[in-house]
Design a protein around this ligand. Structure first.
Ligand code: AMP
Ligand code: SF4
Length: 458
């Protein structure tokens, strides 16, 4: 995942606190590290990065006193490269044409090939992230102006990138031609902003102007705002459907769709296709299943009840790096209420089953509290394939829905009375985009068709 945020004003002003707050609103997109980079009144590029949550990694008080015309920020959760400070972003460098800093959300699928190619020509990489290839590609085009070198670099990339790029005199926001990850443009007074999600603009009271389109490069500089296109190489869009299922914050509007409304509709459609007449109430895995559960309850006419209380001070379990910590995590953060559960047949809704760790724990908790029947309902199709576009999903062998020969076997293994998933067609209908505009690869294995695995001439 990861979250990016950027701002550019018409004169030096205290921009860094906006970046801090924007990152704070995007914290759900990455908890491993956070960073900011800015161009100060002296024209120098500076950056500050740290491990952990935004408030651990960055000093709000210090940032709030720093004046800049342009600044970008990043929250990281690793899909490429280890979880260490050298891989934290923004990645910043001074090359032949001046300073450049990049915040990237996504995963460049031909980065390894490009990197090998560049290393064979003598490039020395500082980090192990895919993002660094962009800076090196630009440096190889140092006869060009920075913006042209950037666009030249982007043309060579496959996969997912939503970028905020800072130059000495401009902020550039770019989205890959497939549109995997979201990116939105905003404005407050004389300052333009770009953010992974609109919730970050809400917090700093910036008005959402519009989405950055797939393949679009928006340049903000002294002359205001202009829009360019990465020469078209995408045959179709691949908007990530999982952003709607799980990743994005429900109060964000992604590519024109309110995530909360989409999630609720997923629950409604799940209830229509997989009803459960035996259940007495609908409950959820908090908080990932909550919105879909209320949709399910609405459509089924069953009451919705909370049965598990989540310790709100514990982060999302999946983000923890090891299996051991992940397993412990579920117990640390969830407490079931016997008084509500005991003796009842329940529908339990969650958004997805990945490794199957969460569902196994929840079922065992509910059984211990006396649940008479557990009917598991999942508001997305079975996750059977890994994601290569910026989401940290495990290998096929680790994915619960791929490990078992049939859903019946999975059902028996997690010891539920019934198990049903949202149909792919209902997921598409709930999002409300044409099927061939959406990426559904982790559900159906239909990955982006790619050529050019890094072999190129500079
Ligand atoms: P698991 O325990 O591995 O089956 O993970 C499923 C839980 O993690 C669900 O409750 C989801 O809300 C959440 N989740 C699903 N997919 C992902 C993902 N790719 N990254 C992080 N969390 C996820
Ligand atoms: Fe999103 Fe899944 Fe496609 Fe990855 S594979 S971009 S998680 S829909």
């Amino acid at each position: 995942m990861c979250g990016v945020f950027g701002a550019f004003a018409q004169k030096d002003k205290l921009l860094l606190e906006d970046i801090y707050l924007g990152l704070f609103a995007l914290q759900h997109r990455g908890q491993e590290a956070a960073g900011v980079a800015w161009i100060g009144p002296d024209g120098m590029l500076q950056s500050f990065k740290g491990m952990g949550l935004v408030h651990e990694a960055l000093d709000q008080k210090r940032l709030s006193q720093i004046a800049a015309r342009g600044a970008i920020g990043h929250v990281r959760y690793s899909t490429s490269g280890a979880s260490i400070i050298t891989n934290a972003q923004p990645l910043a460098a001074n090359y032949a044409k001046g300073p450049v800093a990049i915040s990237h959300n996504g995963n460049i699928t031909n980065a390894e090939g490009i990197r090998l190619n560049l290393e064979n020509r003598g490039a020395i990489f500082q980090s192990t992230t895919d993002t660094e290839v962009i800076i090196h590609l630009m440096a190889h085009q140092s006869h060009k102006a920075p913006l042209d070198a950037l666009i030249d670099a982007l043309e060579r990339l496959n996969g997912a990138y939503s970028l905020a790029v800072l130059f000495k005199d401009a902020l550039v926001a770019a989205r890959d031609p497939w549109g995997f990850r979201p990116l939105v443009l905003g404005r407050r007074d004389d300052t333009y902003y770009v953010a992974s999600e609109s919730c970050a603009l809400d917090l700093i009271r910036a008005e959402v102007i519009r989405n950055i389109e797939p393949g679009e490069v928006v340049v903000i500089n002294d002359g205001g705002l202009s829009s360019l296109r990465i020469p078209l190489k995408a045959k179709r869009h691949y908007f990530c459907s999982f952003e709607y299922v799980y990743f994005a914050r429900p109060d964000s509007i992604i590519d024109g769709r309110c995530v909360y409304i989409v999630r609720k509709e997923m629950g409604r459609r799940l209830a229509a296709a997989s009803p459960c007449s035996r259940a007495q109430l609908v409950t959820d895995m908090p908080d990932s299943g909550t919105i879909a559960a209320t949709g399910y309850a609405d459509a089924s006419g069953l009451p919705y009840e909370r049965t598990i209380v989540r310790n709100r001070y514990v982060g999302r379990t999946f983000i923890q790096p090891t299996q051991k910590v992940r397993e412990l995590g579920v117990q640390i953060k969830l407490n079931p209420m016997r008084e509500v559960i005991d003796g009842k047949p329940l529908v339990v809704v969650d958004d997805s089953i990945v490794r199957g760790t969460t569902v196994a724990k929840v079922v065992s908790m509910m059984r211990k509290c006396g649940a008479r029947e557990i009917h598991m309902r999942i508001s997305s199709p079975p996750v059977r394939f890994p994601c290569y576009y910026g989401i940290d999903t495990p290998t096929r062998q680790e994915l619960a829905a791929a490990r078992f020969a049939s859903l019946e076997d999975l059902k028996s293994s997690i010891e539920v009375d019934s198990l049903a998933y949202l149909k792919e067609s209902d997921l598409v209908a709930a999002i409300g985009m044409p099927r061939d505009e959406l990426c559904l690869a982790c559900f159906n294995g239909e990955y982006l068709e790619e050529g050019n695995e890094g072999g190129f001439e500079l």
